[in-house]
Design a protein around this ligand. Structure first.
Ligand code: GCU
Length: 610
């Protein structure tokens, strides 16, 4: 009997590793440099209904020998005679909305993880002297993009934008843009196999065609220098024949006009001193900024504020602040599914404001750009994070390159958003050498790209004795702000345990409690000691607030979480039903008792001027 079992085990194991090896994706053409501020550029939206083909076996990509096929679905081949054998037809296939995940649009796809092919046809009259790009706000998780049967390239990472240049392939009529989107989870990916959020797949954000002149303003950065309230600094990058070109940077309302000249690569630094109203939650002042060069001009709405730390303080525009926060996932408040619209962003941030927040932690991945633009307008400071979550492959160079790319794209997109004050490189990662080395390299990368903001990570704490929690993660040495997740009263004892706990924070830096909380099903009532009841959650918040108030270096908090959200890790029937119920608001928008506990606490802080 024993020998047979061993033989059996070996057979099963070999095919699995081969599959995993096959899944490691071959190098394919990467997207072109990311173009920023799409919202204010000349675009043709491709949002709306797209045809789809659900392809769990990737029949549209691989042949029966599991080799990439030259005649895959990206060819959009039509039978030309009744004897032609074509086994797919986009135009007769199901349709889905873009932007939108597939899981919440079709019940049979709720749990679906795999490949879905998307097709959109469009006509386009090209103009002389113009270049064309196709821009994706995001696609979860791997997107292979084709235009008129030709491969444009591949993008990996479900939460950041990418674009490809297309003019050479575009024709006046019947262009077909085809995207293979695969949200299969992989061990070497970012995030990796296990997360506590729904793996929504698809073209989850806007898709558009961007038209620009031969030489155009590809990207720019303009913010106040760290710690300064009147020194502006940044740069402009032209794409095309950008060498030795004049660029003008104007802020008409502040009577600022700077003229700079690009170097051979099309890059020009800019710096000047000026007085401007500073952006803050109380006064979320945004200025119209106009950048122009040759025939191309781009307008943006940018706020200017300085953010820095001094000892255990966080200073906004030179003044100490307290971050009254809440965590949120990128789920549409009432519709469910991935949030993607301005209305979604406004609704979620309005709920956060109602709670008394001046700060939100956008967990655990970059949310759509409507969210950070709305935070700019509403005066809400933002913690922005990449999905280096739990235990990814720290020693895998591709995994690192992937994480770094997501960080680059996130910073590139949002570096001019005054609301974004913190870049977070990780959540709840295990303390070991390979991990710390991996994250240090990401921190260095972020500082290279953006010297104006603060770096953080949501780390964990441990006990030095039954009553003392210690925050001494070695990664803290490289961070500006120490983030710490703790679940005293839920995963760690009962709520009252918080009353006798001491905190020992070894690094002299600001501490932000980046998560605490407990589950409650709205409308489920009972004794405060009964889990899943609103009374238990309320009780937990009361004890938590009592404990946290006593921590000398505490400069902010972001309880877990604003709204109940879908999670494949939460099957408990009639209570969770695949929702994480730690929200202060239910998935139907109902406020739980704990909502008012936190609201009252934040009101008290506001009265104290915090
Ligand atoms: C973790 C994690 C969250 C998760 C939460 C929970 O700390 O960061 O993503 O949802 O705890 O368990 O509810």
């Amino acid at each position: 009997m024993k020998i047979k079992v061993a033989a059996l085990l070996v057979i099963v194991f070999i095919p699995l590793t081969i599959c995993q090896a096959q899944q490691q994706l071959p190098q394919i053409q990467q997207p072109t440099p990311l173009i920023t501020n799409i919202d204010n550029r000349h675009t043709l939206s491709l949002d709306g209904r797209w045809q789809i083909i659900i392809d769990p076996y990737e029949t549209g990509y691989y042949d029966y020998r599991y080799q990439p096929s030259p005649n895959g679905y990206f060819k959009n081949t039509k039978p030309r005679s009744p004897s032609d054998l074509i086994e797919y037809d986009f135009d007769a296939s199901q349709q889905l909305n873009v932007p939108g995940d597939w899981n919440s649009q079709d019940q049979k796809l709720l749990f679906y993880e795999g490949t879905v092919w998307y097709k959109k046809s469009f006509d386009y009259q090209q103009k002389d002297g113009k270049r064309l790009f196709v821009y994706f706000g995001a696609a979860n998780y791997v997107a292979d993009v084709y235009l008129n049967g030709e491969k444009l390239g591949r993008h990996e990472g479900g939460f950041t934008p990418f674009n490809f240049e297309i003019a050479k392939l575009v024709r006046a009529k019947d262009n077909y843009l085809i995207v293979k989107v695969d949200n299969k989870r992989r061990r070497d990916a970012v995030p990796t196999l296990n997360t506590d959020w729904w793996n929504y797949g698809g073209l989850t954000r806007t898709v558009s065609i961007l038209e620009v002149p031969d030489t155009f303003i590809e990207d720019y950065f303009l913010q106040l220098k760290k710690g300064s309230t009147n020194e502006f600094a940044g740069w402009v990058k032209l794409n095309g024949a950008g060498g030795n070109k004049t660029v003008t940077v104007e802020i008409p309302e502040a009577k600022i006009k700077q003229t700079i000249t690009t170097d051979a690569s099309g890059y020009a630094p800019v710096s000047f001193r000026a007085r401007a109203q500073l952006w803050s939650p109380e006064n979320p002042k945004l200025y119209q900024v106009v950048l122009s060069s040759g025939g191309n001009s781009v307008t943006d709405q940018i706020g200017f504020r300085s953010i820095e730390t001094r000892g255990t303080d966080i200073l906004l525009n030179g003044k100490p602040i307290f971050l009254r926060g809440i965590c949120m996932h990128e789920e549409s408040p009432l519709r469910g599914g991935r949030a993607f619209s301005e209305d979604d962003a406004r609704a979620l941030l309005t709920w956060a404001k109602e709670l008394g927040c001046n700060f939100v932690r956008l967990a655990h991945y970059p949310h759509n750009e409507h969210m950070t633009r709305m935070a700019d307008q509403m005066g809400i400071m933002v913690w922005s994070e990449i999905p280096v979550y739990w235990t990814i492959l720290w020693d895998n160079p591709e995994t690192f390159a992937n994480a770094k790319n997501q960080l680059d794209e996130n910073i590139t997109r949002d570096k001019n958003k005054a609301s974004v004050i913190l870049w977070s490189v990780a959540n709840e990662t295990p303390v070991n050498e390979a991990r710390t080395k991996f994250l240090r390299a990401l921190i260095d990368e972020a500082r290279k790209l953006d010297s104006t903001r603060l770096l953080t990570a949501a780390n964990e704490r441990h006990y030095s004795d039954p009553n003392t929690q210690v925050v001494d993660d070695p990664l803290g040495e490289y961070l500006d702000v120490l983030g710490c997740n703790e679940y005293v009263g839920w995963y760690d004892g009962l709520p009252a345990k918080a009353d006798n706990l001491q905190w020992k924070v070894t690094q002299n830096k600001p501490l932000v409690i980046s998560e605490f909380g407990g589950d409650a099903l709205f409308g489920n009532h009972g004794d405060a000691g009964a889990r899943w009841t609103e009374e238990y959650q309320k009780n937990l918040y009361e004890h938590q607030i009592g404990m946290l108030k006593k921590i000398p270096s505490l400069r902010g908090m972001a309880p877990w979480i604003l709204v109940d959200f879908r999670s494949p890790r939460r099957p408990l029937p009639r209570i969770q039903d695949f929702y994480n119920r730690k929200g202060l608001i239910s998935s139907r928008g109902e406020r739980k008792q704990a909502f008012y506990v936190l609201q009252n606490f934040y009101r008290d802080l506001m009265k104290e001027g915090k």
